[in-house]
Each structure stands twice: as structure tokens, then as C-alpha cells.
Design a protein around this ligand. Sequence first.
Ligand code: IPE
Ligand code: IPE
Ligand code: MG
Length: 239
Amino acid sequence: MLDKERMPRHVAIIMDGNGRWAKKKGLSRLKGHHAGMEAMKEIVRCSSDIGLEYLTVYAFSTENWKRSVEEVSGIFRLLVKFVDLDLDEMHEQNVRVKAFGDYSGIPAASRRSMDETLERTKDNTGLQFNIALNYGGRDDIIRAVNQIAEEVRTGGIEGEITEEMISSRLYSGDVNGNVPDPDLIIRTSGEQRLSNFLLWQCAYSEFVFTDVLWPDFTPEIFMELIEEYQNRDRRFGGR
Ligand code: IPE
Ligand code: IPE
Ligand code: MG
């Protein structure tokens, strides 16, 4: 059972294992990504139901462009389908969708769908669902640093560069207050690495790894992992 007093505010997920799931079943990698989208849908719904404030999913990294053209364009097609088909439901659930990552470089149709989704849900006040799309932790930091350099040049910033100046210029920065750092980062498929996800924001995150391949991930497993998080002793260097 989840302890309502110890709920994480922000859960981030590295949704890994679509390819291996498909291979095990003798299916194409794209079928694996399709099944992965279905799993993601369930987790968004569940996060909204349990009253989570922020959910961030790693959907496509700055390094994933190295994959075949077929796989990359297939992933974007599936994403468009997801945001188009589920926009109404997410909107009804009062979900606010945000993008982490420079998605201006993705195919035009996918970009338009994302633009529309972000615009339509921007005033919703329920779960904030961040899709990390063409996201890289280093890219995130480089952009913030370049922005600061520009502001120093033009006189907007004087004196020392502070932690808050960097935080507020990352994708998780927001004029209405920054997205809190992830309390819990989950990675599926048995790999135990960050693969360039939220490098700055993960300073004090708790990590939970599971061998489950992403398409097999369910709300039940999600709750179990949140329970595991609730049993951790977070010290933040304080004692
Ligand atoms: C995660 O699954 C989805 C993306 C990275 C887009 P993978 O496609 O990495 O699946 P595996 O790791 O090959 O099993
Ligand atoms: C990380 O998975 C990126 C996403 C889940 C979108 P990868 O499958 O790309 O990571 P590596 O290559 O195993 O580190
Ligand atoms: Mg992988």
C-alpha cells in the first residue's frame, strides 16, 4: 500500500527494453515501441489517478538519432499517434503536457502534434507530464550555460553565477517555479545507467532498477517501485 504521507512529488522513468521485448517475441523493433507506448499510456493514467504532481519520461535521447532511419521515423510516428489519440483523454484528466528537449529538429508532423498538445493543455492544473524528446542531460546544461553567457554579455546578469541561475534555465526551469528535482528515477530492462538523462536534476534522486522490459511494465509494478522508494532513507548529506 502506498503511504500518502511519503509520496514522491516527481517520478522520472527511463523507459528501456522495447527492442529486447520485441526480439524475444520474434517481432520487429517497432512493434516493441508500439507496445511501449501502450505501457506509457497506462502509467500516465495511473500517475494522474494516484495524484502524482510530476511524471517525466525519457522517450528519445539526443543519442538515439544513431539508430536506423526506419526505427527513428517509426518512433516519431508512434509518438504523434499517442499525443493525437490521447490528447482528449489527457485533457479530460487535467494533465498538463510539457516537452523536455529540443523537439524543433523532429519531423514536421510530429512537431505540430506536440505544439498542439502543449498549447491545448498548458492551463491544466493536474499531473504535469514531461516528455523528454530529443533530450540529453549535457545538452540541457550546455543550453543553460550559453543562455547565461549571453545574459552576461548583454548585462542582464552581473556577478557570480548561482545554482538557481542554472536550474531555472534548464528544461525543468519554469517562470512559474521550477519543476522539483526527481525524487525517484526508475529504469527498466535491467540496465543500470543514466544514459544522459537529467544529469543536473538527479543530484539527490533515489534510483530503482527493475529487470522488467518496458512494454511489460504495469501500474501494479509502478506502485511497488514507489513503495520501495517510500522505504528509502533520504539524507541529503545532512546526517
Ligand atoms: C527504449 O527501448 C526506447 C528508446 C530508446 C527509444 P530500446 O529501443 O532502447 O530497447 P532495447 O534497449 O534495444 O531493448
Ligand atoms: C535511453 O535508452 C534512452 C531512452 C530510454 C529514450 P537507450 O537504450 O538509448 O540507452 P543505452 O544505449 O542502452 O545506454
Ligand atoms: Mg535501450
